[in-house]
Structure formats: structure tokens, C-alpha cells
Design a protein around this ligand. Structure first.
Ligand code: 4NP
Length: 161
């Protein structure tokens, strides 16, 4: 398997993308592929830069065994050089990434996380920030489905041939 670097992106990098990073790291560990696949996360909006993941998101995640350790940061232009996959959590993150990308080669790295879902069919990972407990659980449900699909995609090497 080729080495691969994945950047998960949401708005604040304190709820959805840190969760995507932790859930995907669990899937990678279960598959014994830590040597090949590296994950990170970032936000399109820098307001929460330097902060830990949202406490509500952390408490929902830890109940499923995911420890959210990442510190919020804003995406930078060099991320398009450093990462192979830049994966948006919702449609507005996707549009912002498409606008931020400088060249066609960068734009070709941008995906929506829901494209990798195999059992659920959500239109995006909804922003849980202003909602209640159900929203945080829904984020984790979608991410568990999508990260399994993403791993299968990487194992097939569809984009590596
Ligand atoms: P995230 O959630 O994009 O999943 O990290 C949000 C975090 C912060 C805000 C909105 C969404 N905010 O408005 O500060």
C-alpha cells in the first residue's frame, strides 16, 4: 500500500474534523495500517485556533472510545502540497476549500466525507455546535460509516494506480 496523508476539514476544527481524525485513526489501527496512513485535521475558520476539541464533542466521542487530542488550527495553502486527500465535513466546507485551492491539482484532492459512506446516505455531516446531544451522536454515526468506506477506498488503491 502506498503512503497516504489525509486532512479532515470542518469550520472550527473543534467538533467534526477532530472527530473524523480520531475515528479514522481507530479504523487505521484496527487494520494495522498506521505505518501507511497519517491523519490530521484543520478548520476553514481560525476563530478557535489553539483550542482543544469542544468539551461536548469530546464527551460523546470518549464514550465510543475515541480520544480527541488534536488542537484546532486553520488550514494553510501548504496543506494542499502536504496532503493527498483533503476531506470536507459539509457542503459549505467543500465550497470554501474549492475556492481556497490554487490550482487544479489541489482541487482534485478535495472530497466530501459523505462520498465514502456505505450504509448511511446523509447529504453532509451537520454542524453540531448550536444543537444538542443528538447532533453529536449523529456526527459520530456518520463518521464511523464514512471512515470504514474511506479505508476500503484506500485499500483498493483506486486513486493510486
Ligand atoms: P466544527 O463546529 O466546524 O465541527 O468544529 C463548529 C465549531 C465552532 C463554530 C461552528 C461550528 N463556531 O461558530 O464557533
Amino acid at each position: 500500500m502506498k503512503h497516504c496523508k489525509i486532512l479532515f476539514v470542518c469550520l472550527g476544527n473543534i467538533c467534526r474534523s477532530p472527530s473524523a481524525e480520531a475515528v479514522m485513526n481507530g479504523v487505521i489501527e484496527d487494520a494495522g495500517l498506521e505505518e501507511f496512513i497519517m491523519c490530521d485535521s484543520a478548520g476553514t475558520y481560525g476563530y478557535h485556533a489553539g483550542q482543544n476539541a469542544d468539551a461536548r464533542m469530546q464527551s460523546h466521542a470518549i464514550k465510543r472510545g475515541y480520544d480527541l487530542t488534536s488542537i484546532s488550527r486553520k488550514i494553510i495553502k501548504d496543506d494542499f502540497k502536504d496532503f493527498d486527500y483533503i476531506i470536507a465535513m459539509d457542503n459549505s466546507n467543500y465550497d470554501d476549500l474549492i475556492s481556497f485551492a490554487q490550482i487544479a491539482e489541489d482541487r482534485a484532492k478535495i472530497y466530501k466525507i459523505i462520498d465514502f459512506c456505505s450504509t448511511m446516505s446523509p447529504s453532509e455531516v451537520p454542524d453540531p455546535y448550536y444543537g444538542g446531544d443528538a447532533g453529536f451522536e449523529e456526527v459520530l454515526d456518520i463518521l464511523e460509516d464514512a471512515t470504514n468506506g474511506l479505508l476500503n477506498h484506500l485499500k483498493k488503491g483506486v486513486d493510486n494506480e
